[in-house]
Structures are given as C-alpha cells and as structure tokens.
Write a protein that binds this ligand. Structure first.
Ligand code: GDP
Length: 455
C-alpha cells in the first residue's frame, strides 16, 4: 500500500447540485491546497476562498476545510474544497489539484487508506458501502450500526470466546498430567457450550444482517396464468416499490425490489422451469435456473381452480435444487370453496409450507408476508439491534464454525486436544478475515474496488 503520494477526487455524485466536494488526502494535501488558495484556513474551520488554477485564473469561490492527520477520515492530512456543484467546475478544481501534484484516486481509495491507517476495520469499511447502497430505512440503520463498529465488536467477542477455549485446551496439552478428560471435564464442557452458543447467536444476527443489506432473494415459479404478476402487483401496491426496473433483467425475468417492513424483498418472476424446445424459451429457462441458484427461497404458485394444480406443484417442487427452501402458494382461493382449499393443501407434499391466497381480494397476503419475514429471519424486534452484514461474513462464520465443530468432534472421539487447539486456531484466522485482521490483497482489491471514486 503506497501512501506517500497524495490522492484527489470529486467526492460528491455526478450531475448538477448546489454544492460539490473535491477531496484531497495525503502528505502533500496542504501544499496542494496552497497552490489553489492564497491563505490556508486553520484546521477544521471552514473559510470562503477564491480557488485559482495554475495560471492564476479564478475557478470558483468555495469553502475550504482542512483536517490534518491523524484526526481525519483517512488518517492522513485531508483538505476539502466545497465548490459549486457543476461537473465542469468540480473537474476544473480536481484538475488544478492534480496539476499541483495530486494523483487521481482509484475507487474506494480514501476508505482503503482509512482501513490501512486503522481508522476503521474491514467490516466497517464494507458497512460504509452498504450504507451508501442501502435500499430501506431499516437497512440504512443496520449499516450505521456496523459502520460504528457494533458488528466488529460482536466478532471480537466471539474471537475472545474461542481464544478462551483454546487457552483452556492448550493448557491441558502443556500439562499432560492434568490431561483433559474430554467431556467429563466440567470446565471444558462449559467453555465449549459457550463458544457454540456464541456462534449460533452471531450466525443468526449475521444472516439477518445479510438479508437486510442484500435483500431477501425470492423466486416466483408457476405455470402461465396462475397469477404471478398479479401477486407481484399486490405486494408492490401494498408496499413501497423501490425500483420497478432493475437493469440487466429481461422480459422473461421480471424483478422487483419491495420494501417489506424494512426488509428489501427482491422478487423474481421467472419464465418457469418447463422443458422448452425453442431457443428463446430455452434462454428464459437458463436464466430462471441462474436466478434459482442465487435464491434464498422459492414461491411455487398454483391456481386453486386448476384441476392439475397438485401435479403442477409437484413438478415444480421436484425441479427445485435441494438447497432452495420453498413455500407453495395456492392462489385464486376466491374462485373455490374453503374445503377445496384444504383438500388441495393436504394433497401437496407435506414437506412444503403451504399458504392460500387470493392476489385479487388480497386474502392471505398478510400471512404470506409474515412467512417471508420469517424466512428473512428479521422480525421487527431484531431490526432494532441488527447490523448489516454480507455473504462473505456469513460464509466465514460458517467455515469458522465448521472448524470448531470438527475440533470438538475430534476431542470427543479421539481425545485429541491438540487437534481441537489447531481447529480453533484456524477458526480464529477465519474470524479475523471478517474484520480484516487477516486478509489477502485480492479480497481488499475486490472490496474497495466496489466503491465509487471519491469514497
Ligand atoms: P401470470 O401469468 O402467472 O403472471 O398470471 P397473471 O397475474 O397475469 O394472472 C392471470 C389471470 O388470473 C389474470 O386474468 C388475473 O386477473 C387472474 N388472477 C390472478 N390472481 C387471481 C386471483 O387471486 N383470483 C382471481 N379470481 N383471478 C386472479
């Protein structure tokens, strides 16, 4: 990581606005600022100044604020020019900073410097991006909590639990005369229980946080005319539609993002998984399968008045990958009797949850929404204390947990304390990757590369 150079970028969004900010960070920040203004203001005090280019021509009249390191966002000397928010003006200010010795910043480079200067850890850096990208108020609140370090603190607490267990086990290895007597050792059993409980609690919260940040990805499957688009309309009509047209989706894959009591619900209506002969439909099916690969849950929809409803449901359920959890939605119950509905429900594979609705009369829609919130693992109570998280965190936690489970198993079956100690060490390393204590350059490049320039 090279920090002896000074970077600059437009920190505000593209387009016209009341003001726009050019941010400069690095050892030469003050020197570069001096090239643009005649007098530097005192630290952390805003002053109005004329900004001039290398020829002395006036560029803009702007506020200038200095944040000398280490008390700045990046930990380095930072100067902000708050000028008028026109793209050409801001570009001219940036060009003047570059002419004075700054280099144009890469995406996320300010945040990356904050990370390398220990102003924030990796989970906090990711939370900044999640906050900027958040789609619901609940998601934004969760991201703020992660950004302020709540998530990192929870990970650290877990690392501490794992460390305690490891110390306990290692002490026993070092003094073989006090050999750990596997499960008969009350203290050890208690430490193990504490670690497992701590993992379970954090895994639940992180899963919920991941759903808040990314949205619950639900795929809607069903034969033509069962009422898939009607359900999407009902769900979006009753809630706030965040976007109706997500780029990259096509006619045969309709995707909507809905604010479902704070949980972003990404609902994808697929072309179905029928076998198709013609090329266009095959492409639709390929996309449907791809959508299923990313799905958290599948809603399999049938129409109550369809004589072949059970058969349709079973075909669709049979075609789903094992890993995708599912709910069967019986639609159009307004067209049949209640006893028809219960007959139909009981004829469907008992392993699936069944919810009966009418997209037209909206009966059963609340139950369906509750079911989706349950699957998201984010109820209202959890939202208040939740933090945002990412798939990466969910996976690292699961991998760390797997090492702990393996180690405990080895202790139980082979009385192998040294194997448990080693598995605990591996688990600690994985947990350290969440906060960036251990992290590869590839990972850092990927995380900071997702930021916009100027962040
Ligand atoms: P899709 O092809 O699965 O997207 O189905 P649509 O949403 O286009 O619905 C097909 C037809 O069924 C339309 O005429 C809808 O008005 C009708 N429909 C959808 N849901 C219901 C329902 O719950 N009750 C009744 N009576 N009709 C419905």
């Amino acid at each position: 990581m090279q920090t002896d150079d000074t970077i600059a970028a437009i920190a505000t969004g593209a387009g016209k606005a009341g003001i726009g900010i050019v941010r400069v960070s690095g050892p030469a920040a003050d020197q570069i600022a001096s090239a643009l203004v005649d007098r530097l203001p005192p630290p952390r005090e805003a002053r109005l100044r004329w900004l001039r280019d290398a020829y002395g021509d006036r560029l803009d009249r702007a506020l200038i604020v200095r944040f000398p390191g280490p008390d700045s966002f990046t930990g380095e000397d930072v100067v902000e020019f708050q000028g008028h928010g026109g793209p050409l003006i801001l570009e001219a200010i940036l060009a003047a900073a570059v002419a004075a010795g700054a280099r144009r910043a890469k995406p996320g480079e300010f945040t990356e410097r904050a990370f390398f200067n220990d102003k924030i850890d990796l989970a906090q850096a990711e939370a900044i991006a999640d906050l900027i990208n958040s789609q619901t108020h609940a998601a934004a609140r969760a991201a703020v909590r992660s950004m302020s370090g709540d998530f990192s603190a929870a990970v650290m607490a877990l690392v501490e639990q794992v460390t305690r267990l490891r110390m306990y086990v290692e002490a026993a290895i070092d003094f073989p005369e006090e050999e750990i007597d596997s499960l008969d050792d009350v203290g050890l059993a208690r430490e193990i229980d504490a670690v497992i409980t701590a993992f379970e609690q954090l895994q639940r919260k992180v899963q919920a946080g991941r759903v808040l940040a990314d949205g619950l990805n639900v795929v809607l499957l069903g034969a033509p005319n069962v009422g898939k688009s009607s359900l999407m309309n009902t769900l979006t009509g009753a809630a706030t539609a965040i976007v109706t047209d997500i780029p990259g989706t096509t006619r045969d894959l309709i995707r909507e993002a809905i604010d479902m009591q704070g949980v972003p619900l990404l609902l994808t209506d697929t072309a179905g998984l029928r076998e198709a002969s013609d090329v266009i439909e095959q492409e639709g099916i390929r996309r449907s399968r791809a959508a299923l690969g990313e799905a958290d849950h599948a809603l399999v929809m049938i129409a109550a008045n369809d004589p072949a409803a059970v058969e349709h449901a079973n075909t669709l359920l049979g075609g789903l990958p094992e890993s995708v959890s599912r709910t069967v939605v019986i639609n159009k119950i307004d067209l049949v009797t209640p006893s028809d509905v219960s007959r139909l429900s009981s004829a469907i594979a008992p392993s699936s949850a069944v919810i009966a609705i009418s997209a037209t009369t909206e009966s059963g829609i609340d139950a369906l929404r509750d079911q989706l919130l349950r699957i998201a693992g984010v109820d209202h109570a959890q939202q208040t204390g939740s933090f945002s998280a990412r798939r990466r965190h969910v996976e690292l936690l699961a991998d760390a947990r797997a090492h702990v489970d393996t180690g405990i198993d080895q202790l139980r079956t082979q009385r192998a304390g040294e194997l448990l100690a080693e598995e605990l060490r591996l688990a600690q390393n994985l947990l350290g990757e969440i906060t960036g204590q251990f992290s590869s350059d590839d990972l850092l490049g990927k995380i900071f590369g997702e930021f916009c320039i100027g962040k």
